[in-house]
Every structure is written in structure tokens, then in C-alpha cells.
Design a protein around this ligand. Structure first.
Ligand code: NAG
Ligand code: NAG
Ligand code: NAG
Ligand code: NAG
Ligand code: NAG
Ligand code: NAG
Ligand code: NAG
Ligand code: CA
Length: 590
């Protein structure tokens, strides 16, 4: 039948068809509730998921801009459509909110990006989303079903004291990001009317808990991802979370609670002493391994330290803590003690059980002692134990399951910590641990990972990432030598230790260090243009060299400056310092 475009009945029919099949060519036309509703993925997307069309919200944001000081992406200006909607799990009657930022159709580059959170948050508010939109990607975040975009998993983890909400546990563990991505990719295809045959590149970016969330996907859903840029992942969960209490137990065991200024002085002296070991005196310890091998912290004993009184509490040691101590601190004026140095050495050595067997790894030397938390008691004039917030929360929530933070660590010993680490391996093995070492499905599907970790990370030890990389290497390339396996891995999984960097960010104590701000661009070039990184592109983000470009050596190679020029060298003795033989744990720890 020949349609007569002037016939009103046909016009009405055409209007209906228009509503379901049109391609909007401008951001303004596309960013409407009606258009989005017409592009929502159908019920065939994933078994057990139903999207609620009536929940759709949209708004257009024009010319948003991001400055040059962002950690995870460069400066940019962009416009986007901000879409949110809800879905539920069939049979559960719950509600999960997702948010997608979609670029102007003219700027869309066939890319999708999922983003993650930090701490117990499954998203980072709207902070991570620009990292997708500026590269022509749709960027997504989820609330995990925890109640709202600002509600964290810990608030939803217990139905009552003693009763875990397993849906929350699994959503936080890996399901939330998976569903976000599954829905997001189909929605992206629909929204931009991509042909079935067109490739949609899918990426993940996140750091810390967001890094763990990234690995939770790669380890399980190998063919969902073309590439992931993952920083300082909070994986090997029961070990990592319990590790936050290790420094507390060191002070409790040694019965010495150092003033924060004393630990800060030890770090400053370590940085000065080890700076030049990498061949470049720039205030950055780029070789914490050489520092470990050649510097004895005992040499700091007797050096004077001084920190002014503060009304807001804490030294810098408490900067990343969840519960900032609000107590005022007095002038701290003294000399570094033998006891203070012993605390530092024991923290760096890592947890050993009462039989002296190594149970876990620890922070690199020259990282600040953020977990050595003490508080000033103005009544006694003494420094005393302050329980680390993140460590205490893990025990309260996931070990004790009663939601009440630990206020003391009375009776807790090195063996208690060991038991918490091991029992958690079993209890959270399929949800939070996230250290499954066989990435064959991901590799076979052609996936690429850039994994980075601040070498001076004071919250998640850099050695934790080295251990995982090593687990993947030894599990996937058992018949290759170390160097051959490392070379094979470099083709698709690269690990970079960022000199001097702290936890998912720069380090005020080593301002001249680089930070890999353009990871997503580097990853896109690798995935889409086959430009395999040799070193990782980075930029100095603070201090007198701000804006300068730097390159970071890929593990297991280590930076060494010779006549002012950086080389990436292979140094077995240094590599060995990164490995721990965990004889205190009777099963393999990947
Ligand atoms: C966004 O910026 C462009 C280029 O500067 C300008 O032409 C346009 O009018 C701006 N749009 C809005 C809505 O401000
Ligand atoms: C995106 O939409 C949500 C839901 O309406 C809203 O809370 C949020 O502020 C919006 N963000 C921006 C940048 O417009
Ligand atoms: C668990 O018990 C503590 C202390 O009695 C209470 O503050 C908290 O609200 C309870 N949590 C839940 C989830 O029931
Ligand atoms: C440590 O060094 C930083 C600057 O890098 C300085 O601000 C701080 O006061 C020093 N701390 C101590 C205890 O000397
Ligand atoms: C710190 O204490 C020493 C010894 O008591 C004293 O000589 C020095 O002046 C004090 N320093 C400051 C800055 O108060
Ligand atoms: C929480 O559990 C721990 C360990 O079982 C127990 O010591 C503590 O009293 C419990 N707190 C509450 C409020 O139930
Ligand atoms: C590398 O970083 C520099 C800034 O240090 C930046 O100008 C350049 O675009 C980055 N290269 C890639 C591939 O992102
Ligand atoms: Ca240096």
C-alpha cells in the first residue's frame, strides 16, 4: 500500500511510529522523559529485572566544565543529558536507582563507561561521570538498591542486628555494577539508535572500593568489558579491612601510642633519606624497595620533631579517617623515640601471628602511617589508642553483624586479626573478597586492564596489587618463566606503581610525584587503536612542576634515573621485597 502522507489517519500512525523509532539528533530533543521512555531496554535484557518507565527523570546540562586539578581526568567542557530511572528485581519488590549521563548525539563515540564508589559507597556521587562524557561515552552510576544515591551499603547491610541483608551484600559485592552495565549498554544502544552490527566499546573506571568493584566484574563477566582503568583496589576484602586495625594492635601490643607528629617526622626523614636512591633528588621516593633495602629507620631515633597545637585535632595521620577526631591537639614537641621507631618497623613488617608466621602484607616504607591512629586525652595529658574507623566498621558490620562500631580493641591480638582475615575468606569468598586469579574469559574476549596503585598508599598497601598481579601471572602462565609470564601479561593486563602517590590521589608529602590522570584516554587508545602502553602517561598535579608530563614504569620494571634520564630497570632484589610468603595462612591467598 502506498501511504498518502496527507491522509490524517496515516499521519497519526506515523506519529506513533515516530515515538518509538525516531533518532533524536540534538541533545535537546533526546533529553526528554518521553524519548527516554521510548528507549528503555525491554524485559528481555536480563532475566529478573524490570525497569519502571514512570520513574524516568531527565535534565539537560550545557557547557559543564571540569578544571585541571581533577585526579582521574583532564580538564574539559561538555554538555549532557542526565537521566535517572529505577528498576526492580522480580519477586523482590525492591527498587534500584541508576543514573546515566549521555553525551550530545553529535559527540557520542560509541562508548559506554560504568563507574564505582569508595569506602562503603557504590558510586562517587557525580564525580566520576565526567570521565566518561568527555570521551563521548555514556557514563553510569548506581545506588545499588541501598535507598538513594547517597545511601552507602553499610547503612543497608543489616536488616537487624545479627541479620545480614544478603541482597545488599551481593549488590555491593558485584551484582549492582553488573546490572548497571548491562542496562546501561542496551540503553546506550537504544538512545543513539546504534545498529546491531555497530560496536559499542564498554569501559570501567574506579579506584579503591571502586577498584574492587572493577575487578569484581572482570573476574566474573569476562566478555562484558573491552577495558578497565582500575586504581588501588580494596580487594582481598577480609584481609584489607582487617589490616586497617593492624597498626592499632601494633601500638597496643608494644604499649606505645605515638603522638601523630612523631610518626610524621619518621615519614619525613624516610623520604629525605630515600629520595635520591632512585637516582633523582626530587623529593619523591620512587623506589620504596631500595629504601626498604638500604635505609634503617632506627637512624631517625633522637631527631627532634615539632608540630603546632591544633584546634581541629589529629595530625595528618587522621586525614583519610572516616570519623575525624574533633579533639584539639596540643603542641607536640619532642624527639623520635626508640618505641616510635619500633611501631613504624612493626607496621611495615606486616601482620605475623603469635608463632611469628607472616599473615599479611603491609604498607611500603615512606608511606605515611595513616592507620597508626592515636588521640590526645587532655585529662591525662597522654596519647592513647584511637580505633581505626574503617577497620572497626568491618568488624562491627560483617564479622559481628551488629552494626555497632568497636570503641576499644581490648583483648584483640595479632591472632585475632589473623582469625578475622581467614574466616572472612570463607564467609565473603563469593562476594567481597574479589581476588579470583583466573582471568581467562576476560583475556579471551580481548579485554585490557590498566591497574595502578600509589606506591605510598597509606590505606591499601601497594603490595596488595603486586600480590594480585603475581597471582594472575602464576595461575595463568604456570609454564612460563617469571619474565616470560610478565611479558605475556603486559599484552592485556598492566600494573603500574605510581611513585610517591597516596591512596587514589596525590601525596602532599611528595608533591613532585606524577599521577596518571589520562588513564581512560590511554585505555581507549589501547582498546580501539591498538596502541599498547609501554609506560603509563602521567602528569604532575601539584607543586612547582604542576602540569609537567611524566611516564610511569610498568611492573615488574622499576624506575631508575641515570644522568637525569629515567630508565625502567629489572631488579630482582627489589622485586623480592614486594613479595610476602604468607605461611601464617594455611590456604592460598591470591
Ligand atoms: C555553550 O557553549 C557554546 C560555545 O561557547 C555556546 O555557543 C553555547 O551557546 C553555550 N550553550 C549554552 C546553553 O550556554
Ligand atoms: C541528575 O538527576 C538527578 C535526579 O533528578 C538529580 O538529583 C541530579 O541533581 C541531576 N544532576 C545534574 C548534574 O543535573
Ligand atoms: C544494632 O544495635 C545497636 C546497639 O543497640 C543499635 O544502635 C543499632 O541501631 C542496631 N542496628 C540494627 C540494624 O538493628
Ligand atoms: C613533614 O613535611 C611536611 C612538608 O613536606 C611538613 O609540612 C611537615 O610539617 C613535616 N612534619 C614534621 C613533623 O616535621
Ligand atoms: C621544644 O622543646 C625543646 C626542649 O624542651 C625546647 O628547647 C624548644 O624550644 C621547644 N621548641 C618549640 C618550638 O617550642
Ligand atoms: C556486637 O557483637 C560483639 C561481638 O559478638 C559483642 O561483643 C557486642 O557486645 C555486640 N554489641 C551489641 C550492641 O550487640
Ligand atoms: C599524556 O599526558 C599529557 C599531560 O601530562 C597530556 O597532554 C596528553 O594528552 C596525555 N596523553 C594521552 C594519550 O592521554
Ligand atoms: Ca627521588
Amino acid at each position: 500500500m502506498q501511504l498518502n502522507p496527507w491522509c490524517p489517519r496515516v499521519m497519526a500512525l506515523a506519529a506513533i511510529i515516530y515515538a518509538t523509532t525516531t533518532t533524536a539528533t540534538s541533545l535537546e530533543d533526546a533529553c526528554t522523559v518521553n524519548y527516554v521512555q521510548s528507549k528503555l531496554p525491554g524485559s528481555d535484557l536480563a532475566q529478573g529485572i524490570t525497569i519502571d518507565p514512570s520513574s524516568v527523570t531527565t535534565n539537560t546540562v550545557y557547557n559543564a566544565s571540569i578544571g585541571t586539578d581533577e585526579t582521574f581526568f583532564p580538564a574539559a567542557t561538555f554538555s549532557y543529558c542526565n537521566v535517572t530511572f529505577a528498576y526492580s528485581h522480580d519477586g523482590r519488590g525492591d527498587q534500584v536507582l541508576v543514573k546515566y549521563w549521555l553525551p550530545d548525539p553529535a559527540k557520542f563515540e560509541n562508548r559506554y563507561l560504568s563507574t564505582g564508589g569508595g569506602g562503603y559507597a557504590i558510586n562517587s556521587g557525580e564525580q566520576s561521570l565526567p570521565g566518561g562524557i568527555m570521551y563521548g561515552a555514556v557514563a553510569g552510576a548506581t545506588d545499588g538498591g541501598f535507598g538513594s544515591f547517597t545511601t552507602q551499603a553499610d547503612a543497608a547491610m543489616l536488616l537487624a542486628n545479627g541479620t545480614i541483608d544478603y541482597e545488599t551484600l551481593y549488590m555491593f559485592g558485584y551484582k549492582g555494577i553488573y546490572e548497571l552495565s548491562k542496562i546501561g549498554k542496551q540503553f546506550t544502544r537504544n538512545f543513539f539508535d546504534m545498529a546491531e552490527t555497530s560496536k559499542l566499546y564498554s569501559y570501567y573506571q574506579g579506584c579503591s572500593e571502586g577498584g574492587r568493584e572493577g575487578w569484581s566484574q572482570i573476574q566474573r563477566f569476562g566478555d562484558e568489558w573491552d577495558g578497565a582503568a582500575i586504581g588501588a583496589p580494596a580487594f582481598r576484602w577480609s584481609f584489607q579491612q582487617t589490616q586497617h586495625l593492624y597498626s592499632n594492635i601494633v601500638t597496643q601490643t608494644l604499649e606505645y601510642y605515638p603522638p601523630p607528629c612523631e610518626m610524621e617526622k619518621i615519614v619525613n626523614e624516610t623520604i629525605s633519606a630515600c629520595d635520591a636512591l632512585d637516582g633523582l633528588k626530587d623529593g619523591v621516593v620512587s623506589r620504596s624497595d631500595l629504601c626498604q633495602l638500604h635505609f634503617d629507620i632506627s637512624s631517625v631515633i633522637g631527631k627532634p620533631y615539632y608540630c603546632a597545637a591544633s584546634s581541629s585535632g589529629g595530625g595528618y595521620g587522621s586525614q583519610r579517617k572516616r570519623q575525624m577526631s574533633s579533639a584539639a591537639t596540643p603542641v607536640q614537641n619532642g624527639t623520635v623515640s626508640k618505641e616510635g621507631v619500633e611501631v613504624a618497623k612493626e607496621v611495615i613488617r606486616g601482620l605475623r601471628d603469635s608463632k611469628g608466621r607472616q599473615v599479611y602484607l603491609s604498607y611500603q616504607v615512606a608511606a605515611s602511617f595513616a592507620d597508626v591512629t592515636t588521640q590526645y586525652n587532655s585529662a591525662t595529658g597522654e596519647w592513647e589508642l584511637e580505633v581505626d574507623g574503617l577497620g572497626a566498621e568491618h568488624i562491627a558490620l560483617l564479622v559481628d553483624k551488629n552494626g555497632t562500631d568497636l570503641s576499644t580493641l581490648d583483648g584483640v591480638t595479632y591472632d585475632t586479626l589473623k582469625n578475622w582475615m581467614i574466616s572472612g575468606m570463607q564467609e565473603y569468598g563469593s562476594t567481597l573478597q574479589t581476588n579470583w586469579p583466573d582471568l581467562t574469559p576476560f583475556h579471551e574476549a580481548g579485554g585490557k586492564v590498566i591497574h595502578f596503585h600509589g606506591e605510598a598508599d597509606n590505606s591499601i598497601p601497594a603490595a596488595s596489587s603486586v600480590r594480585y598481579w603475581e597471582s594472575v601471572r602464576s595461575i595463568m602462565y604456570p609454564d612460563l618463566s617469571y619474565k616470560e609470564g610478565a611479558a605475556a601479561l603486559k599484552d592485556w593486563y598492566q600494573l603500574y606503581l605510581v611513585p610517591g602517590a597516596a591512596h587514589c590521589g596525590t601525596n602532599e608529602l611528595m608533591p613532585n610525584g606524577p599521577f596518571p590522570q589520562t588513564n581512560l584516554q590511554v585505555l581507549i587508545n589501547w582498546v580501539e587503536k591498538d596502541v599498547k602502553p609501554v609506560t603509563l602517561n602521567a602528569t604532575v598535579l601539584q607543586g612547582e612542576h604542576v602540569g609537567e608530563n611524566r611516564q610511569i614504569c610498568g611492573w615488574p620494571l622499576r624506575p631508575k634515573w641515570k644522568a637525569g634520564k629515567m630508565e625502567c630497570e629489572y631488579d630482582q632484589e627489589s622485586i623480592d621485597t614486594w613479595h610476602y610468603d604468607l605461611t601464617g595462612v594455611p590456604v592460598p591467598v591470591y
